[in-house]
Design a binder for this molecule. Structure first.
Ligand code: FAQ
Length: 314
C-alpha cells in the first residue's frame, strides 16, 4: 500500500518537476487538490461577484458605444466564472457546494469588489487597474501546473487584455476632456490604486499559501513579484495620460530598475477580506437573491437535460 503511494507521489512530483500538466484523472496529493479547489473556486467567485460593481453603470453609460462595450465586458466576466467553476468541478467538488461555501462566508472572493463605483470614471479605473492587475496575475497562471486551470487562463487573458484597454481608453478620454472630467478620473485613480495593489494578496512573508503553491507550481510567481510588475507597468501608463499616483513614496529606483512604493494599508485589507469592506454585505445579499431567484432556471435546465436523455434512449 505504502509502496503504491510512494510510486504515485513519485510520478506526480516528476510531472511537476518536468512541467507536465496534472490532469483531472491523474493521481494527486489531497493537499494539492484542496489547494486548487480553494484557489480556483475563489477565483470563480471573484469573476462573478466582480460583475456587480460594473453592472451598476450599464443603465447610466454615457453613450450607446460605451454601453455595448460595458455589457460585453460584464458578460465576459460571467463567462470567466463559468470556465473556472468547470475547472474546479474536475477536482471533484460540485458547483452547488462552491456556492454554498461562498454564501456561508467560508470561501472568499477578491477584496477589490467590495468597493463602490461612484462615477463613470470608476468604470475606466476598474477596466484599466483591476483587469490590468488581474492580467498580470493570470498571465503567470497560464503556466500553472493543473491543466484545466492553465487552459482556462489562456482564454481569460485574451479577453482581459481587451478589458484593460477599454478601461484605459475611458481614462484617456476623460483626461483629454474638461477640468471636471479630469478631476473625476484622478479621483477614481486615488480610490482604486491601493485596493488594486491589495489584489495580489499579502506580502510573501505573510502569505501562508505561497510555500505550497510555489512548490507545486500552482503559482509561478509570488504575490510581491507580481505586484511589483503591475506597479512598474501601470505607473508609466498613468503618467502618459497625466494622472498622478496617490503615493508620495513612489520613486524610480535605478539600481532595481523598478519603482519603490509606500506601504499598503494591511489593516484595511484584513477588514475587507473578513467581510467588513464598504460593500461586502451588499454584494453577498445581491448574489444570494439572484441565486434564489434563478432556481427555476436551474430546475428547467435539468428537466430539459433529463427529457432529452429520455428521448434519446427511447
Ligand atoms: N482578496 O496565502 P495567500 C478579476 C486571501 S479576477 C481576498 O497569499 P494565495 C477579473 C487568500 O485567499 C480577481 N482574499 O493566498 C475581473 C488567503 O485566504 P484563504 C481574482 C485574498 O491564494 C475584473 C489569505 O488571504 N483573481 O479581477 C486576497 O496564495 C473586473 C492569505 O493569502 C484571482 O483570484 C484578495 N485580494 O494568494 C472580474 C487570481 N489576497 O483562502 C470582474 C487567482 C489574498 O487561505 C471585473 N488567485 N487573499 O482563506 C490567486 O492568484 C491567489 O489566490 C491570490 C492569493 C494571489 C489572490
Amino acid at each position: 500500500m505504502n509502496a503504491d503511494l510512494d510510486k504515485q507521489l513519485n510520478v506526480f512530483e516528476t510531472k511537476i518537476n518536468e512541467d507536465i500538466n496534472i490532469e483531472p484523472r491523474d493521481w494527486m496529493p489531497d493537499d494539492y487538490r484542496k489547494h486548487l479547489i480553494r484557489q480556483i473556486s475563489q477565483h470563480a467567485h471573484s469573476e462573478v461577484i466582480g460583475m456587480q460593481p460594473e453592472g451598476n453603470w450599464i443603465s447610466r453609460a454615457p453613450s450607446l458605444r460605451s454601453k455595448k462595450i460595458l455589457l460585453a465586458k460584464i458578460q465576459d466576466e460571467g463567462g470567466h466564472g463559468l470556465y473556472l467553476y468547470s475547472a474546479a468541478e474536475t477536482l471533484g467538488i460540485s458547483r452547488d457546494e462552491m456556492l454554498h461555501q461562498l454564501h456561508e462566508g467560508k470561501a472568499k472572493y477578491s477584496s477589490i469588489f467590495n468597493y463602490p463605483t461612484l462615477t463613470w470614471a470608476d468604470i475606466g479605473a476598474i477596466g484599466w487597474l483591476v483587469d490590468g492587475a488581474a492580467i498580470v496575475n493570470q498571465v503567470s497562471l497560464q503556466k500553472t501546473s493543473y491543466g484545466p486551470y492553465a487552459r482556462a487562463m489562456v482564454r481569460i487573458c485574451k479577453e482581459e487584455s481587451f478589458h484593460q484597454r477599454q478601461g484605459y481608453e475611458i481614462m484617456t478620454k476623460m483626461m483629454q476632456g474638461t477640468k471636471d472630467q479630469q478631476a473625476m478620473a484622478q479621483d477614481a485613480m486615488n480610490r482604486w490604486w491601493w485596493p488594486s495593489l491589495m489584489m495580489f494578496g499579502p506580502h510573501d512573508s505573510d502569505s501562508p499559501n505561497t510555500g505550497n503553491a510555489m512548490k507545486w507550481k500552482i503559482k509561478r510567481q509570488s504575490n510581491d513579484i507580481l505586484r511589483q510588475k503591475f506597479i512598474d507597468k501601470t505607473v508609466q501608463q498613468a503618467h502618459l495620460i497625466g494622472l498622478s499616483i496617490p503615493d508620495n513614496k513612489l520613486k524610480w529606483n535605478e539600481d532595481k530598475k523598478s519603482y519603490d512604493h509606500g506601504e499598503i494599508n494591511w489593516d484595511e485589507f484584513i477588514r475587507v477580506i473578513n467581510g467588513d469592506g464598504p460593500c461586502n454585505k451588499q454584494r453577498m445579499k445581491h448574489h444570494i437573491k439572484a441565486h434564489q431567484e434563478g432556481e427555476w432556471v436551474r430546475k428547467a435546465a435539468i428537466a430539459y437535460q433529463l427529457k432529452r436523455k429520455e428521448l434519446i434512449n427511447q
